[in-house]
Design a protein around this ligand. Sequence first.
Ligand code: SAH
Ligand code: SF4
Length: 437
Amino acid sequence: MNVYDSARMADVLAPLGFCPVDSAEGADLVILNTCHIREKASEKVFSELGRLKPLKDRDGTMLAVAGCVAQAEGEAILARAPYVDVVLGPQAYHRLPELVARAARGAGTALDTDFPVDVKFDHLPAPATAQGVSAFLTVQEGCDKFCTFCVVPYTRGAEYSREPASVEAEARALVANGAVELTLLGQNVNAYHGRDETGAEIGLGALMRRLSRIDGLKRLRYTTSHPRDMDADLIAAHADTPAVMPYVHLPVQSGSDRILDAMNRGHTAEQYRDLVRRLRSARPDIALSSDFIVGFPGETDADFEATMALVAEIGFAAAYSFKYSPRPGTPAALIAAQVPEAVQDARLQRLQALLRDQQDAFNRALIGKTVPVLYAREGRHAGQLVGKTPWLQPVHAHASNAAAGQILETRILALAPNSLAGEICDTRFDSAERRSA
Ligand code: SAH
Ligand code: SF4
């Protein structure tokens, strides 16, 4: 979502004459768009600010901190880095032009961490910053679920869904700018419930069916989903709407009911297993990825083994796993029984080894198969393009630039370190290098 937000910040700043550049060196304004989800992410902001300060001293570069660290630690930023010009929360970036202008007048740090009653999406221009073949689109923001470990409800605010008409207009603009694939975003994207033009409430499944009718839009994805909001209609959309990709990121966090309860996740491990069964029966080739937290306060060896058992049983195509990180102001940070770091480390290593094996097996299973790959950008080597399978695996193949933005049947040849090596089954897209070889 920060990638999306950054693109929208570029859009609101464009009328002031700003355009994105590749390096902080020589820029007029540097915006750090920040994440507060874990302590590590949040600490990076202060070290990065220290690195940028000499630029400000030398060239007068303006510095801004945006995103969830700004929201949660605005005052701390003012105290620790008073040279920062603008501090603005994720709900305020439509007011960036005004804040930048105020800071440019030398009126001190401009701080805006309100949750405005007016809605930022109504104030944003149509997306103009090119996101390329695969683009993000925020449809839902915020969260009312209050998992006991999580800062999101405090930094991103209450749950909010955009109206389908506004989502569709933005989707059309992105497709007109070259997008072939859209990933719909939200902290709880499947809690989406927008009101359409007739006043009817529609969920994420219906929203995707509506977007799938846009000419030129070939692939739809969504992230991040919460197991509690995975309704029958969304599951059905995977079966009845070809544009909806057979891939779901569905965080489970833990396989232990006791821990799930302490986390306030609102479901059991068995309910999660049942959801996976329903998704697989709707779309047999569906792949799942997930998020895990190890070492949540009070997690015993038995709780952790329950997580390992759940992973072994389900089989994930990819996953993100983290050590529990106590976040200020969240209930879990106050639980006395914090798990020692060494125990967390050992558990994380075991879990990640299992998840890595599963990811490896999932990728290996594709060797020798022919699959549709959406090619997006140039690869590291000349005459090479990189694309994605329906299951989000990166594939590189020799191809001319004409293949960018195309979905091409590709034979998977081998497993490469961070991607799959493929061969496009259509000689019209051969690269010059390959034709002359
Ligand atoms: N809304 C999504 C997740 C959003 S946060 C959901 O409910 O599943 C993204 C991921 O960060 C979470 O799934 C969780 O695994 C991780 N995370 C969040 N808070 C954390 C914390 N305090 N410590 C460690 N990991 C955390
Ligand atoms: Fe955080 Fe997700 Fe829980 Fe909301 S549902 S509190 S975003 S982990």
